[in-house]
Structures are given as C-alpha cells and as structure tokens.
Design a protein around this ligand. Sequence first.
Ligand code: SF4
Ligand code: SF4
Length: 346
Amino acid sequence: MGIKLVARARLDAWVDSLVQQQTVYGAQAKGDRFAFDRLERASALRLDYDVTILPPKKYFQPQREVIMRFNRKTVEFESVIDEEPFVLFGVHPYDMVAISQMDKVFTMNQFDKHYMARRANATIVVSSVETASSSVFAACMNNATMRGKSGHDVLITKLPSGHYVVDPRTEKGDNLCEGLAEAPEANAEALDAREKVLNQNEKSLRKYELRVLPEDLPALLDRSRSHPVWQEKAELCYSCGSCNFVCPTCYCFDVEDEMGWDMETGHRVRKWDGCMLVDFAAVAGGHNFRSKRSARYSHRYYRKGKYSWDTYGEISCVGCGRCITACTANIANPVEIFNTLAEAPQ
Ligand code: SF4
Ligand code: SF4
C-alpha cells in the first residue's frame, strides 16, 4: 500500500477498528502526564503527548515477568513465552531507536526468546513528535526523526493542516493499514509538508545543547575517568535508580525463583534491575564491585556513552530526557555531564 493522507476522523475510525480486532497500546493522558496503556478507543489516544513516564520497552521487557515454571519433585520445567500479537501505537522516534538497540542486545550473545517473541508479535506505529517535552534533546543525538532509521512498521506524521501522512514501511505495516485503503494517496504537497515537519523536529527537539558530537563521546569518556564531576555529583545521589528505570535503553534485570506453598512447584521471575542501586553489583561472599556511589554514578554515563559503542556500535543515550525529570536530586542530565567533561583541558 502507498503512503496515505488521512483526515483525523478517518484516522480515529481506523484506530477504533484496530482496537476492536486486537490488542493496541497507545499513549494516553494520566493526570497531567502521559503513559502507554491498553487503548480502548481512538478518542483516548494522545498523539500530541510530549513524553511518556515509562518508555514503551515495557511491552518487550516487562517490569516483572514469569519466564519459567518448574516442579522440583518431578524435575520438570517449561519456558513461559508470551506470543500474543499486539500493536504499539504512537511510539516517538527516539524510543523506536531505543527498541532497535534492545533488539541488538537481546540477540547479540544469547537469543532471548522471551523478548524476541514479543518483538516478533509486535506491530509498531511510530509517530513523529508533535509536542517537544521540556527536557528532550533527541535532535542532539540524531534521533529526532526516523530519517535513515528502521525497525518500525508504520510512520505517521501530523501536518500543520491537521491531516496525517500515514506511511507503511513493512509488510506488517501494510496489513495494519488495510483499513485506510480508501484514503487518498499523499501527494507531493503533503510529502513536502512532512519534510518540513521533520526538519522542524530536528531543530526543536534540543532543549539542551550537547557541545560534543555523539560519536566523540567514547573518546571523551575514555580520557575522563578521574574528572572530579563524578565525585561531586555522586555526593548528591540517592541511589534510587529512577534514572535507570525510566531509560528506554536500560535493560538490566535480576532473576529469582519463587516457590509455591507446596515447596515443590514454583516459577522463575525476571524483573528490572538498575546499576544505580547499591546491591546491583553485589555478589556472593559479601563483595560489591560498585559499592561506592561515585562508581555507580559514573558507570551509568560510561554505559550510555562508551560501553554500548564499544559493544554494538551505538550511543545508548537516545536523548529522551526522561532521566533529567525523574531525578529528584537534579544530577542526571547526560548533556550537562558530557558538556562538563568536554570543557576540561585535554
Ligand atoms: S540516559 Fe536519560 S536521556 Fe538518555 S536515553 Fe536514558 S533516560 Fe533518556
Ligand atoms: S542520579 Fe538521580 S535518579 Fe539516578 S540514582 Fe541518583 S538520585 Fe536517583
């Protein structure tokens, strides 16, 4: 199917038909903030959201999931795989980039069938950003738009006229957009208007200005191990882990076995963990490889700006800005830290 130009009423009718047929998650208002949640009707969908509290990675790596059931007595076990198809509607480009990075992480050394089953069953509709959040800097990280990027099935972009350009990018996307078959094709004027929206997003999604190129961050961090900023900021850190949990590219988890009352059957649970938490690097014997706050504090930045680059060739801060607003101590802004490091004499 080609690229369609769709009026809001037709878009709503399409979304209403989708939620009747399958599970759809979309951004919705929660008080004065926004969150992805199960969508019941098109009128609840807020494509004008600025940023969601948690990133949509929660649909691929849930905060808590049962990954195995077992019986100790019979020595039987079975993996628990979630294979229900779903649609994720209205993901912002920076969050889509994060999901693509997660795809690499969960297939790189070990194919994670729990994550990948959900990923294979997802159809992702990316929405170009309509409202920039107060702390977004995705444009500094080259993640303001989907230009040159993949992983999504449909891209929708609202034009100043109020119409939407709906652009299926994959076979799954084509299938999802079948309900728009009668909509007119987007003409050259509409596509030109979309380019202007994307150009504008590349200018406006930079509430903070990173004064170093993303690809120069690994070398910058490499020479900044002993910078005093790590200690100075760490003294204010509560080790609460909020900056980890809201981050679309943080994927660390802990695994625990939970026994039933019979002490024979049980299940294995995987849940989010975070490198800013004091016990994250604790191991048997009472050792903790990052017992100092400054070590945990600096690790998060090295993880975002260097280790991911060294491992899979990408900077894993996508510029969503969530950690900036989540941190009550006001010390989690990656741009502030990277700019501080860049100012140091070489
Ligand atoms: S480090 Fe902060 S700004 Fe960067 S992707 Fe994670 S939450 Fe977003
Ligand atoms: S940097 Fe902020 S959000 Fe992160 S652990 Fe420390 S206090 Fe919590």
